[in-house]
Design a protein around this ligand. Structure first.
Ligand code: ZN
Length: 349
């Protein structure tokens, strides 16, 4: 493994940001290559600790001559967000200098050609360019995030499904959300959109992987989960021929939930207040089931408002904080049918 340090100059004198990159050289130029990054939203740490558990497995494979394809690992992809604290609270989702989400406004290139990337911009834009320079060209691109509270699930572009079902099975995730429109420029979108209109021998959808991995909730930073997630990532790399491991049994077929993003009901809160959840991630609910009660006027008659399921489905996520404003989303319900509140593009700001 070679470690190098990336440096991103800040927007003012005397400020710069650094993050490490690990590279494992593959022995077979024809083998698929892989890129993994974690904590683009800098406070989302389940993927960071999964990579911490994965790297020793990669080093062992390297020592035993079993790495076939090149592997690039960025354990903490966002040093700008990592350093952002506001009145004691960590702020890793939006760049405080521009109010831009760190996982939006990536350039969506017409082809997988890094020379098309912009060279200038504010520091967060230059970080995004650098991450794409590091990742574009790899066959497998994994962007490790987490939700508020939730199941383990993947976002996958429809062009890669069901070809990526083996990856979902290898990783042991609970659900896959399929999408086909990115108007916001997510890292995942920037990793797969460039391949949509290029010749099939460049696109290689049979061996391409691009996904946003949502490793459960923000508080699910746990040693046992990190170990099992690292095993899932390792299984994926073996299944796709990046690493050779004949001792590893193959994963079965994927049996989790698969739903188009249009089926997700986000359930905007009708009132502001304190949330009493009646459901948790993984629960199956019927149409009309009580999902949550908002206590908006405590102690007063009529001070509670109940929220019911608009359709049957599975609870995928819910908020980690229990204070909510009117119009903010209460949870993600993966419905059996298209949501009456279906949103185009990304589900959240
Ligand atoms: Zn995230």
């Amino acid at each position: 493994m070679q470690k190098s340090i990336e440096r991103i100059a800040g927007d003012s004198e005397g400020v710069s940001y650094e993050f490490p990159v690990f590279r494992f050289d593959g022995s077979d130029k024809a083998a698929p290559s892989a890129y993994l990054q974690a904590a683009l939203h800098a406070g989302e740490l389940p993927g960071v600790v999964a990579i911490d558990a994965l790297v020793p497995m990669l080093s062992r494979a390297e020592a035993e001559g079993r790495i076939k394809g090149n592997i690039t690992v960025v354990p903490w992809a966002n040093p700008i967000g990592r350093a952002q604290y506001l009145y004691g609270d960590h702020q890793g989702r939006f760049h405080l200098g521009t109010r831009t989400n760190f996982n939006r406004s990536f350039p969506l290139l017409a082809a997988p050609d890094v020379t098309l990337l912009p060279a200038h911009g504010t520091v967060d834009q230059r970080l995004k360019t650098r991450l794409l320079q590091l990742s574009i060209g790899h066959d497998i691109v994994l962007d490790l995030h987490c939700d508020d509270e939730g199941l383990a699930y993947l976002y996958v572009h429809t062009s890669l499904w069901p070809a990526m079902a083996d990856c979902a099975a290898a990783m042991g995730v609970d659900a896959v959300v399929l999408w086909d429109e990115d108007t916001d420029g997510t890292f995942e979108g920037a990793s797969i959109i460039p391949y949509q209109n290029v010749p099939a021998d460049v696109a290689r959808f049979d061996r391409r992987v691009a996904t946003t991995v949502e490793y459960r909730g923000i508080l699910d930073v746990d040693g046992a989960l990190a170990d099992s997630d690292a095993e899932g990532l390792y299984r994926l790399l073996v299944a796709r021929g990046v690493i050779l491991d004949q001792a590893l049994s193959t994963s079965g077929s994927f049996t989790g939930i698969v739903a188009p993003i249009e089926n997700i009901d986000m359930m905007p809160a009708p009132r502001s207040g304190a949330i009493l959840y009646e459901v948790k991630p993984g629960d199956r609910v019927a149409k009309g089931a009580l999902l949550a009660t908002i206590v908006h006027a405590p102690g007063e008659a009529g001070g509670r408002t109940q929220v019911f399921a608009p359709q049957a489905g599975i609870i995928l996520t819910r908020r980690s904080r229990r204070i909510i404003r009117a119009g903010e989303d209460l949870l993600k319900l993966v419905g059996d049918r298209k949501s009456a509140d279906a949103r185009s593009g990304t589900l959240e700001d």
